[in-house]
Write a protein that binds this ligand. Structure first.
Ligand code: ATP
Length: 329
């Protein structure tokens, strides 16, 4: 990951709408060329941060810098950023090529140059053959790629993406995730990606900021957030976790304190061994490549994922959990 001067620096940024504090004293640095995601539940302030960076909103307090230059009070078109919205916002009456050319036309680039650059952007998203079509003659994934081409054609240093894959079905979404990642690597542009889909954030990002109530609850690499969540909120929001109260931890591990334990860290054994616990199967959910079990150990619910086996409700199984896998909260 490039560690040059930060692409974006937010210092003490606050934004309220009436009585709602959407963003609360936020400090944030995003490196040049980073794939950075903002993850969090609905209403946690992610989109507002994106709109503040784009210049669609002005902060009540604090400063915003792009590549070391203060842009806090600059209009959106004076900032070297571009936004891809969830609804694509394509112009229906224009062809694909005209849509992609639009930003260059606004910047008074001559026709020949503009067509050349727009075609190149369309090639980058593998849509050169669709240049003459209208957006209504494209699939959702293709429209999404036109929106991307339209943003990259002006060669912004920073690309802001607000749930850009939200409207796509699962299959297309996974395909677009790979394409986005490849595109970002190829172009070297800083991507700031807003999503409430934790799996998407984990798959794509160099770093992720987990938002809660207008502040960042934790910031780190996907591995750090998954392996070392600092709070119950992060442990529950990034992946699935068992959260044990101090009493439950004492009972299960002889260790008091509040802990998180990932479901895949629980071993289901073929037979009892020393230290294993007897558990009742309450629920079995087959998910193809793995199986999710809900177990009951002496009144304590434990979520477990296993890759294989045959299980049924009310069955008794033996499990093994290691205190070394507990994450203190
Ligand atoms: P989502 O995932 O639903 O898009 P989010 O994390 O992006 O949510 P924001 O859109 O940033 O959240 O909203 C943060 C808070 O600010 C919410 O409580 C929202 O209702 C409020 N808010 C955002 N924009 C406005 C506005 N223009 N006027 C009033 N309140 C607003």
């Amino acid at each position: 990951m490039a560690k040059a001067s930060p692409a974006i620096t937010l210092r003490g940024v606050t934004k309220s709408f009436g009585k709602t504090v959407a963003v609360n004293h936020l400090d944030l640095e995003i490196g040049s060329g980073e794939f950075f995601s903002m993850l969090g539940p609905s209403g946690s302030g992610k989109t507002t941060v994106l709109r503040l960076i784009a210049g669609f909103e002005l902060p009540d307090a604090g400063t915003i810098e792009l590549a070391g230059t203060d842009v806090t009070n600059l209009a959106p078109f004076d900032r070297d950023v571009n936004t891809v919205f969830q609804d694509y916002a394509l112009f229906g009456h224009m062809s694909v090529l005209e849509n992609v050319e639009y930003g260059l036309r606004v910047r008074k680039v001559n026709k020949a140059e503009r067509t050349k650059r727009a075609m190149h952007a369309l090639e980058t998203v593998r849509l050169a053959d669709f240049a003459d079509r209208k957006p209504s003659q494209l699939s959702g994934g293709q429209r999404q790629r036109v929106a991307l081409a339209r943003s990259i054609v002006v060669e912004p240093k920073v690309l802001l993406l607000d749930e850009p894959l939200g409207a796509l079905d699962m299959k297309l979404r996974e395909q677009m995730q790979i394409e986005l990642k490849q595109l970002q690597r190829q172009l070297g542009i800083t991507f700031i990606f807003v999503t409430h889909d934790q799996e998407e954030a984990l798959t794509l990002s160099d770093r992720i900021a987990v938002f809660n109530n207008g502040t960042i609850e934790q910031l780190g690499t996907p591995e750090e957030l998954y392996e070392k969540p600092k709070s119950e909120f992060v442990a529950g929001f990034v992946g699935t976790s068992n959260i044990f109260t101090p009493e439950q931890s004492k009972k299960l591990f002889g260790k008091s304190g509040k802990f998180a334990l990932r479901p895949e860290k629980v071993d289901v054994l073929a037979k009892a061994k020393s230290g294993s616990l007897s558990a009742k199967v309450e629920e079995v959910i087959y998910l193809g490549s793995y199986i999710r079990l809900l177990l009951d150990v002496d009144g304590i619910s434990i979520k477990v994922t296993v890759s294989e086996g045959v299980f049924h409700r009310d069955q008794t199984v033996q499990i093994n959990m290691s205190a070394a896998d507990l994450v203190a909260l």
